[in-house]
Each structure stands twice: as C-alpha cells, then as structure tokens.
Design a protein. Structure first.
Length: 491
C-alpha cells in the first residue's frame, strides 16, 4: 500500500492539518523523537500553526535510533494521531514535523539545525536517564557514557548536554541569540534541573561559556500530561483504515491533554495557548500535583498490577483490591500538596480514575514500571517525607515502595522472569543476588546510592513498614498480599 505523505489526498475519515505545512519554516528542534513528542508538543504546535501560523515547525531528533527517521522521512514528517476514549475514536494527521534526524549518523546536521538562527526553541523528551545529570550533585555525570564521550570530543557531540552546549557555543561565536531550552520530561523543576546540568557541563569545558549560558539562556519549567501507550498493530491498522494509506509513524493516545508552562521565551514561542496550554509564573504546584497524584499512583499500580497479572492499567482498575489501593494512594498523594487555586484535588483524583479506566487505551503496566530508580524519588519517596512532616500515614508510600522492591526480584510468583529495564538494573541484581529474606532485600535496596533520602530512612517505622509489606508479598504471594493490603486500607 502507498505510504502517507504530502502528495496524498486524505480520506474524509481523518482531519488534515489546518494549514499547508510546506509554507511554514522550522523554529523548534526537539531532542527525543518518540511517541510523546508526537502526541503532545507536536499536536499543540500543529494547532498553533493552524490558528496563528508562523515558522514554528519542528525538526525531531532521535539521539540513538534511526527507526523514527525511517518512519517519518518517507511520509514528509506526516503521521496520524489517534485519540481513543469513551466517546469514540478521533484521528488527525499532524503536519508540525518538518524533518527528522538521527544521532546515529547525522550529528553534524543536528548541530547545524540547533545553531540555525531560525531555531528559537530546543525542546526535549529524553526521560531522566537520557540527560546524564547526577541527581545527587545536580551537575553533569562524567561517568555517564554520552557525557564522557562529549567531554572528550566536544566538537562533535552526541549526547543531550554536549549538543546543547556546543550549539550554544556556535551561536555565541556567530553573534546569534541563544535558543530557549524547554524540558518536557516528568521531572520536578525540570527547567532548573536541565539548566544546572548544562551549565556544569559547559564549566568543565569553558567557564566563560558556562557563565554566559547561566546569564543568557532561558530554561522554563513545564508540566506535561497525556497518557501515550506503546504503539500496537491495531494502531497501524486503524491509521491505514482512517487515512487510506500506510502510516509507519502513527501513534495513539487518550483525549485528555494538559500542558502548564513557565512563560519565559525571550525569542518567542508558538501560540500553544490556543490549543489549551496554560502559561504561568510558577509551574511547581501543578508539577507536584501531577507527579505525585498521576505519576506516583501510576508507579504503584504498575508494580502491584504487573505482579498480580494485570497487563494493562485498565485491567488493574477492574481489580477491586487494586482499585481501592489506587484510590488510597491518590488521597495520600493529594494530602501532601498545598492548595492550588482553581483545582479541587478530589475532582482531579476522580478524573484520573476515569482516565485509568479508559477501555480504549492499552497502557501496559510493564511499560510504566521501567526506570523505577529514576522515578521513585519524586513520585513516592519525597511525598513520603512530606506526609511524615504533616503527621500523615506513610502506609500508602511504604506499600508502593515494597511493591517496587518485590518487582526488583525480576520474577513473578509463577517463576516467569522479566527484565527490570532500569539504568541501575545491574547493580540491583548484584545486590539482591542470593537474597530471599525480606529484611535483607530491604537493606540491600535502601543502600542503593543516591536513591533513598537519609531523612526518610531515619523515620522510625519506615523500614519496618516496608519490610512488613514485602514479607507479605514473599510469604503469601502477590495477589494475596495485595488483597490483604486492600482489606486494611482506609476507604
């Protein structure tokens, strides 16, 4: 079948871009050419282009793989975005991508695009493990392979920090204004997080350049929210049925979408607000709400749901025991938050339960469970500290932690094994080798470097609660342990 591309006349079953893509230039380079870019930032940009025009199309960069480029290039950057919800399925073809590059073989072209005067924003979705930033120090991690390589060869970098610093260096030398650096990953204070890593990387090369970046480059923080499951054969088949053409780059998502952005763009930005983006002075309160309520609950249900045999989030929500624990965690997370004008946390929790229940979204618990050591601190451990400071129960957070520790064993009750898909997987496996008792497992994982805050480990009863819950998993089995916990959970 013919591939989707700019020369094709689309079926009337799908909405076409509300503008002529080729008439708009590029203004954004995005590092991390994955599904979330296509479901979120590119969708907002597509709407902004349709409403207000401007040269704001996006060059997407896959830092390692060539697969996204191979999907998008034959299609002139076009792809189908499918939204599935209780009200039905909607689809639109997105025209916001003007090109796709791969770090595997196009490093020079990536730098050229970032240094181009037309580029006013460099945005990112590479997950926390993709940055090479040391969580403990806030600076660049010289042991991270991409950081080490780029420090050794700064002229032709391939990692996030190296590319940003080199591109800014080239712009400074040419007298071109710096671009705004826009992190869109689920990280607390993600703008400040990335700024610290970039400045530290630059300082290791050229202190004067580091000072210029610190003073001249904007790193606004953002909060992003849209559940985007892994693509399936059904995604591709539906895209073909809707467009009339083969679409190798199609993705699917939920109808809900949210984007809260700190409004600091010295060189301008698209009119993302026409698509519903919210521009604020301080993103942090929204960020904490999302990280703790949505993402924290997601992590808990991913570990416990996966271990109890639930492949998808929707299946986990159909389990009465898990549903009760999910509601308990949402309430516990909400109790750690400061009031937010215009937001009712109980209503938000109900909306999240409805989104988790969406039968049209096949979001795998195993997908959510990956990279646990990168996610636990902001989603579970820091909220636990705040809960303790407010005199609240630590039990929901101890349960989530124990479920993660049980997951770290890499095997289900029936003997099925699985990869953790975590950047610390090797160290976790090494520390747990030969351990079968709950106390030993808890001690081994609590000693992972930089993961558990000392203040949390010092709270009387914290380790004991985690150990008790883990013992239930090990002694009674995952399903029985979850049901027992649900029976004791507050309604």
């Amino acid at each position: 079948m013919d591939r989707l591309n700019a020369s094709r006349t689309l079926s009337d079953k799908v909405k076409a871009p509300g503008y002529t893509p080729a008439e708009h230039g590029t203004g954004i380079v995005h590092l991390g050419l994955g599904a979330f870019l296509r479901a979120h930032l590119a969708a907002y940009t597509d709407a902004a282009l349709a409403a207000s025009g401007g040269d704001w199309r996006i060059v997407g960069v896959s830092l390692r793989s060539t697969a996204p480029v191979e999907e998008l290039e034959p299609q002139d950057g076009l792809y189908t975005l499918i939204e599935r919800g209780p009200a039905g399925t909607n689809a639109r073809v997105i025209g916001a991508l003007s090109g796709a590059l791969s770090g595997a073989n196009q490093r020079a072209e990536i730098l050229e695009a970032m240094a181009d005067p037309a580029t006013r924003i460099v945005s990112l979705t590479v997950t926390e493990k993709g940055y090479g930033i040391d969580r403990a120090t806030g600076g660049a991690d010289p042991s991270f392979p991409a950081v080490a390589e780029d420090l050794a060869n700064p002229i032709a970098p391939g990692g996030v920090l190296g590319l940003i610093v080199r591109a800014l260096e080239l712009r400074r030398a040419a007298g071109i204004a710096p671009f705004t650096v826009l992190c869109c990953d689920n990280l607390p204070e993600n703008g400040a997080f990335l700024q610290a890593g970039v400045v530290d990387f630059a300082k290791r090369r050229d202190p004067d350049l580091a000072d210029w970046i610190a003073q001249s480059v904007a790193f606004p923080s953002t909060m992003v929210d849209r559940i985007t499951p892994a693509r399936t054969d059904r995604t591709l088949a539906d895209a073909t049925a809707l467009t009339g053409f083969a679409d190798a780059a199609a993705i699917e998502t939920e109808p809900f979408t949210q984007w809260v952005i700190e409004d600091r763009f010295p060189s301008g930005r698209p009119d993302w607000d026409v698509a519903g983006a919210i521009f604020v002075e301080d993103v942090a309160p929204y960020e904490h709400m999302k990280l703790r309520m949505l993402n924290g609950t997601h992590s808990m249900l991913a570990y416990a749901g996966f271990l109890s045999g639930h492949r998808y989030v929707r299946d986990t929500m159909a389990d009465p025991a898990m549903r009760r624990l999910i509601k308990r965690h949402l309430a516990a997370a909400a109790a750690t938050l400061t009031p937010l004008p215009g937001i009712d946390f109980s209503t938000y929790a109900e909306e999240l339960c409805a989104r988790f229940t969406n039968l049209e979204i096949a979001h795998e618990t195993y997908q959510i469970a990956m990279d646990g050591t990168q996610k636990l601190p902001q989603r579970i451990l820091r909220p636990a500290l705040d809960a303790h400071a407010e005199g609240q129960s630590l039990r929901p957070f101890a349960f989530a932690t124990a479920a993660w520790m049980r997951y770290c064993l890499g095997r289900k009750d029936d003997g099925t094994t699985y990869a953790l898909r975590d950047p610390m997987e090797g160290e976790i496996s090494s520390r747990l080798e030969g351990l079968t008792d709950d106390v030993g497992i808890v001690e081994a994982l609590c000693e992972l470097p930089g993961l558990f805050p000392d203040a949390l480990l010092a709270i009387p009863g914290w380790k004991a609660a985690v150990t008790e819950i883990l013992a239930g998993f090990l002694q009674n089995g995952d399903v029985a342990a979850i049901r027992s916990e649900a029976e004791t959970a507050e309604a």
